[in-house]
Design a protein. Structure first.
Length: 214
């Protein structure tokens, strides 16, 4: 127990910026969990970067500059979506109550597209009735329970429970964008940068057309 405590203290000392305000034990656990998940999966293209505390007051172009991105379309977020019409008796690998959607800040989720894409995962003759789908943003309690992260800190790495991941096709299809994206890193001021191909290899997400330009 003593050794474990010393290891955790060393992790915090090495990983946390010295000028970061004092963090709660929960905040420390969250970001270290995300970091460990990426390291354990040996994602060598991954970069962790701490951003200024006023980061979310900046425009997308200013955020991109801070992260060293070539395009604002490289800036992504993770949104936990819930199927409010979910029927547990029909649950399988292609029909879940919750999905974690990775999309660009320059886009927004189209619930009709998400419904159509998820429904199409089953063969035509076995597709569920459209009434079995109604996607909405999950509430804070479910987000905390399933992801283990707070608002603006959600990342697909180190989730507390296994949640299917949907990766927006708008990311993979954007030929004008360097195939490298930034997303939440387990802390509101920490971001993870990762090559698109490495993310897909590591997380095996559903790559789907689920967004519209803003």
């Amino acid at each position: 127990m003593i050794l474990n405590g010393k290891v955790k203290m060393l992790e915090k000392t090495i990983y946390y910026p010295k000028d970061l305000p004092e963090q709660s034990a929960k905040q420390q656990e969250e970001v270290l969990r995300a970091h460990k998940a990426v390291v354990d999966q040996k994602i060598y293209s991954a970069i962790f970067k701490w951003v200024p505390t006023e980061y979310y007051n900046f425009s997308l172009s200013q955020r991109a500059e801070i992260l060293g991105s070539h395009s604002t379309f490289q800036l992504c977020k993770s949104m936990l979506m819930e199927n409010k019409s979910f029927d547990a008796s029909l649950s399988d690998s292609n029909y879940s109550q919750f999905y974690l959607v990775i999309l660009q800040y320059e886009t927004s989720i189209n619930n009709k597209k998400l419904k159509s894409e998820i429904r199409a995962l089953r063969p035509v003759k076995k597709r569920l009735d459209p009434s079995k789908f109604d996607f909405r943003l999950a509430n804070e309690a479910d987000n905390a329970r399933l992801t283990g992260y707070s608002h603006n800190a959600v990342t697909p790495f180190g989730l507390l429970e296994d949640v299917p991941i949907v990766f927006s096709k708008g990311i993979t299809d954007n030929s004008n964008m360097t195939p490298f994206v930034w997303m939440g890193g387990g802390h509101i001021h920490c971001k993870i940068g990762i090559a698109v191909k490495d993310f897909i290899k590591a997380k095996s997400p559903f790559v789907m057309d689920v967004t519209d330009p803003r």
